[in-house]
Design a protein. Structure first.
Length: 179
């Protein structure tokens, strides 16, 4: 194990994986898993610091769909682990692959890190390898549709936002104003 922390900003562990040129994986467990009635965690595999695949243990989905399943409000319990490259290759399935910059874009919301990650990826991953023309747009749309179809997750996020608004109103002495 290289690192295990609670992170509210996922760009921190993803940048650490990139800077260390990690070959291994990250386990991401949203702290709101109980609130969102979520089951499982996300696993992102890295090769030389570049995200190569993603899988969600609770939904049994891989690739960009797994990233959509992980898109929950933080913080996350994040563990980075290194593995020998041959152990990682055993789990390299096309169904689980993600384009190099997609993890930083989707989960960390960090376009600069996404660009750094794309630049660090081998050319075959960037130029027609895992990022075939049109696939990223299709995967993005699929991920958004998958998220929007999850009514329970949306309702839980809405309920959490209402609760946070009530707490802030109480802190500011406005609790009687929001009925």
């Amino acid at each position: 194990m290289l690192r295990s922390r609670v992170e509210s900003d996922l760009s921190v562990p993803f940048a650490a994986a990139l800077d260390r040129e990690l070959t291994g994986y990250a386990v991401l467990e949203p702290q709101d898993a109980l609130l969102l009635d979520a089951d499982g965690a996300g696993v992102v595999a890295f090769e030389s610091g570049v995200p190569r695949s993603a899988y969600h243990t609770g939904t049994d989905r891989g690739g960009s769909a797994a990233l959509a399943d992980l898109a929950a409000p933080g913080p996350y319990d994040v563990t980075l682990r290194s593995l020998p490259a041959d152990a990682l290759a055993a789990d390299d399935s096309p169904d689980l692959r993600v384009p190099p910059g997609l993890v930083a874009d989707r989960l960390a919301g960090d376009p600069d890190l996404a660009e750094r990650t794309r630049e660090a990826a081998p050319p075959e991953w960037r130029d027609g390898g895992d990022e075939r023309p049109g696939d990223d747009a299709d995967e993005s749309l699929d991920a958004v549709e998958a998220f929007l179809d999850d009514e329970e997750k949306i309702a839980a996020i809405r309920d959490r936002a209402r609760e946070e608004a009530r707490e802030r109103a109480a802190e500011w002495g406005l609790d009687g104003e929001l009925q």
